[in-house]
Design a protein around this ligand. Structure first.
Ligand code: PLP
Length: 421
């Protein structure tokens, strides 16, 4: 026991070391009390896009606090939320005309699921079945765990999780199988919604699949009047090479969830965007058809101001070029392992690169996971493998020298697994 009262997330306090205390963040780095500068190669759980404490976002936050703090968002509105909603509608795939705010990726998904059920019920044809993709992750609340992969993380809560139908992950060669499964379910069951992480399943192991499959899934959803929910919580804001991953499949979902990079990673905020048809299904003189959802900090003005500043950075700085350049560097640098027998399944999409370390016991609880994490931290690198899956998801300000350091460390780290291969 460290004397701290903090219970950390996804942390086994009995086996993990006392975490370093961070006293400052800047660019691609987080700095400890002891003066270590740790290169944040996972963008602090995938939230930081441009870099920590982008000056324009920091300034916008400071400025917003001079006039506003939290304001109840039922019955009142404010400029930062109004302006941000307009900007999001402009940025998002066509047809997503309504913006509902919440405060985390999980809540944005909960909102999406509730909107989907409300839509069907208010239209007089209730549907409640949700179809999900194998290995998905959508959050850690009861609802989002229900639509995510079942496993060690949620075994204890299983009795509370609702049943869903699952289609196989469309791994190479299995695309048609996934499509056929969705077709069968969507025709047979009157499905309320299909929820999916577009192009890459993050926490499930950085599993990537082609846009053509995503586009076909969308077509099946359309044909069967199944609402299509794109969970872009991780993939949004340039991570996969385009602003939203759906763009690469040329699709516009019925509902889109965004959080993490929405504020550039500076403050917690989320938005669930929906079509006019979904809004209309809740628009009525009958108050029972209201969309009954809120949380105290909905549309926090300071977070909205940060998100507006983030969009300003996208507009005023060459962010798309930075994303393209980082994407190229990732693809080039990971290629050094293409013939390396210690690794398997090298893959990149946009700014994300991942590879599997060959070990006897793969999976999230692979014993090599904590060893790798400690190895990287010793070298002042923040890399947090998903079991034996090592991935780099850095902020867009990372330099080629910094990436070189990371790949050199991965090369060295692979030998750690030699005793368990
Ligand atoms: N959806 C996806 C695709 C995610 O990757 C995550 C978090 O990693 C979430 C939802 C949940 O977001 P949050 O942790 O902000 O609740």
């Amino acid at each position: 026991m460290s004397g701290s009262a903090v219970w950390h997330p996804f942390t086994q306090h009995a086996t993990e070391p006392v975490p370093p205390t961070i006293i400052r963040t800047e660019g691609a780095y987080v700095e400890t009390r002891e003066g270590k500068r740790i290169l944040d190669a996972i963008s602090s759980w995938w939230v930081i896009t441009h870099g920590h404490r982008h000056p324009k976002i920091v300034e916008a936050i400071r400025h917003a606090t001079e006039t506003l703090d939290q304001v109840i968002f039922a019955g009142l509105s404010h400029e930062p939320a109004e302006q941000l909603a307009e900007a999001l509608v402009d940025l998002a795939p066509a047809g997503l005309d309504w913006v509902f705010y919440s405060d985390s990726g999980s809540t944005s998904v909960e909102v999406a699921l509730k909107m989907a059920l409300g839509f069907h019920r208010n239209n007089g044809a209730p549907r409640s079945r949700i179809v999900v993709m194998e290995h998905s992750y959508h959050g850690d609340t009861i609802g989002t765990m229900s639509v995510g992969a079942r496993g060690v993380f949620n075994a204890a809560y299983e009795p509370l999780l609702f049943e869903v139908d699952t289609i196989p992950f469309p791994a190479a060669g299995l695309g048609q199988e996934a499509l056929d499964a969705f077709e069968r379910l969507a025709h047979g069951r009157k499905v309320a919604a299909f929820i999916v992480e577009p192009l890459v399943l993050g926490a499930g192991g950085m599993l990537m699949y082609p846009g053509s499959i995503l586009a076909e899934l969308k077509r099946i959803a359309e044909r069967t009047e199944t609402l299509f929910i794109a969970d872009e919580v991780m993939t949004g804001w340039g991570r996969t090479g385009t602003m939203f991953a759906c763009e690469q499949a040329g699709i516009a979902p019925d509902i889109l969830c965004t959080s993490k990079g929405l504020t550039g990673g500076s403050l917690p905020l989320a938005a669930t965007l929906a079509t006019d048809a979904i809004f209309r299904a809740h628009y009525s003189t009958d108050r029972a058809r209201t969309f009954f959802h809120s949380s105290s900090y909905t549309a926090n003005p300071i977070a909205c101001a940060a998100a507006l500043a983030n969009i300003g950075v996208w507009n005023d700085e060459p962010v798309a070029e930075r994303v393209a350049s980082l994407s190229r560097m990732q693809a080039q640098m990971i290629a050094r392992f293409s013939k390396d027998a210690r690794f398997d399944n090298l893959r990149t999409i946009g700014t994300i690169a991942a590879l599997d370390l060959r070990v006897a016991n793969a999976g999230y609880l692979a014993e090599v996971g904590p060893k790798l994490r400690a190895f990287f931290l010793d070298r002042e690198l923040l890399v947090r493998p998903l079991g034996n899956v090592i991935y780099l998801l850095p902020p867009y300000c990372v330099t080629s020298n910094e990436l070189e350091r990371l790949y050199a460390a991965i090369d060295e780290a692979a030998d750690l697994a030699s005793d368990i291969r």
